[in-house]
Design a protein around this ligand. Structure first.
Ligand code: HEC
Ligand code: HEC
Ligand code: HEC
Ligand code: HEC
Ligand code: HEC
Ligand code: HEC
Length: 289
């Protein structure tokens, strides 16, 4: 009898213990599943897309690095940026935010920062014609028009709002063109060497070339060009300099098919540029030089 009571008590006690234990178990605060990112963070079509988020957040990639590791390989998140951004550097590749995302050799717009591809968009403009599709010269690089950042986080790159800074140098400011400038308010480029702000003087010409001068110098037309009008009109022969230029024998009288007689190696008998390294290179190229 005594034992029976003891057993009942024991069962009762175990019951309480079991009850309180399971109660306790229910109360254990389970870490709720938080989605670190909003829905659509990986989907370009979503308003929550991470590209848009980063752009609207002053390009704060450091925030991403705090969880996804400094080299973007994922870190403790296990989610590597390289699954999609496969180029060296991952999201820091130079064609992630501008240029062609499928072609690392084309880092200039299009696409521009806002994703525009039309040449009428100022961010796109005549980049392709200068850099990748140039029928007149090989001698244009980013450096002629921009301070090129050493790395993505270099000062002067991401730390200012659009428009991008245009800083002309090198060939753009060669010869007499130190006053070359770009005006962002109307997208015009003035006084550049490339567009005819040049003067080659008789004094500094080789003595066997001085006969070709009808004045103390030969000068270009110094045209002001509009960056986002890309219809060929601003690249026509005779626009940057007359055929041939002012101060040159036979001013506006020599047919384009005859330039080859003295400027052989630069042009052919149809007036096509045949050596893009020798046209718009900052130098006089005559007599096959
Ligand atoms: C607080 C930490 C944290 C920060 C900050 C963070 N992430 Fe994440 N991210 C995670 C975790 C954890 C995951 C994996 C779980 C998930 O998808 O929610 C993830 C997943 C992702 C994925 C999905 C990966 C895949 O393979 O589908 C993308 C894209 C992503 N993050 C981009 C970013 C970008 C871009 C930034 C910076 C703007 C950023 N993350 C900042 C923690 C973070
Ligand atoms: C995270 C996005 C991002 C990446 C990656 C990136 N850029 Fe940019 N880049 C921008 C933005 C935004 C601008 C416009 C900045 C402004 O308004 O001045 C810009 C502008 C430029 C310009 C125009 C001059 C200027 O600074 O405004 C050059 C040249 C340039 N980037 C070169 C590069 C090179 C080279 C790399 C690779 C080393 C690179 N970019 C990688 C976002 C990026
Ligand atoms: C699931 C695939 C995927 C993952 C993972 C991913 N991205 Fe992206 N990211 C994209 C796509 C797609 C684009 C848009 C590319 C385009 O313009 O076509 C993009 C664009 C970007 C841009 C450019 C934004 C702009 O507006 O120009 C940045 C910066 C970027 N991602 C950073 C990151 C970072 C940082 C991580 C890792 C934390 C990451 N991405 C992970 C797919 C991904
Ligand atoms: C012939 C001059 C020239 C050259 C060469 C040039 N750019 Fe530009 N770039 C410009 C002009 C002009 C703008 C427009 C500035 C403005 O909006 O006021 C611009 C704008 C940009 C922008 C900002 C786009 C936007 O969305 O507004 C980027 C990024 C850029 N350039 C990158 C490059 C890179 C990278 C290279 C070399 C691969 C390059 N550029 C070469 C003249 C040039
Ligand atoms: C009969 C020979 C001759 C012909 C034909 C000729 N040029 Fe020239 N050209 C010269 C000489 C010589 C110079 C002076 C070079 C110097 O400064 O040393 C010169 C200089 C120039 C210059 C300025 C400096 C330089 O070399 O860039 C331009 C531009 C030019 N020529 C364009 C033309 C064009 C365009 C044609 C055809 C429409 C043409 N020339 C036909 C002989 C000729
Ligand atoms: C975008 C402006 C521009 C256009 C358009 C242009 N040129 Fe020139 N051209 C120059 C400049 C600048 C020079 C000065 C010398 C140099 O730097 O090569 C030059 C020089 C020349 C010379 C002298 C040889 C030399 O290079 O020194 C010839 C010949 C010539 N151009 C022919 C042509 C022909 C033919 C066309 C049309 C296919 C043409 N140019 C269109 C800017 C231009």
């Amino acid at each position: 009898m005594k034992y029976r009571l003891l057993i009942i008590l024991l069962i009762f006690a175990t019951g309480i213990l079991f009850y309180s234990c399971s109660n306790l178990k229910d109360n254990i605060p389970v870490e709720p599943k938080i989605d670190v990112h909003q829905e659509g963070f990986s989907k370009p079509s979503s308003a929550n897309f991470h590209g848009t988020y980063i752009k609207n957040n002053n390009w704060n990639l450091q925030e991403c690095q705090s969880c996804h590791a400094a080299d973007f390989s994922g870190g403790t998140t296990g989610a590597s940026c390289f699954t999609c951004h496969k180029e060296p550097g991952g999201p820091l590749a130079c064609n992630t935010c501008h240029g062609n995302p499928n072609d690392p050799t084309r880092i200039a717009p299009p696409n521009d920062i806002n994703g525009d591809t039309a040449t009428s968009a100022v961010g796109v403009g005549a980049h392709t014609n200068h850099l990748y599709n140039n029928s007149l010269t090989n001698n244009v690089a980013c450096q002629n028009c921009h301070n090129v950042p050493q790395s993505v986080f270099s000062p002067g790159h991401l730390d200012s709002k659009l428009p991008a800074e245009v800083t002309l140098s090198g060939l753009a400011t060669a010869n007499i063109a130190s006053n070359a400038s770009f005006n962002s308010s109307n997208a015009t480029c003035s006084n550049t060497y490339c567009h005819g702000n040049f003067a080659f003087s008789k004094d500094s010409a080789a003595s066997e070339d001085q006969w070709a001068f009808t004045s103390d110098k030969m000068v270009g037309n110094n045209v002001t060009v509009t960056w986002n009008i890309v219809d060929g009109s601003q690249a026509a022969c005779g626009s940057c300099h007359d055929l041939p230029p002012k101060g040159h024998i036979g001013y506006q009288q020599i047919p384009i098919t005859e330039c080859v007689v003295c400027h052989q190696g630069v042009v052919d008998e149809q007036g096509n540029i045949i050596d893009k390294n020798r046209h718009i290179n900052g130098k006089v190229n005559v007599r096959g030089k």
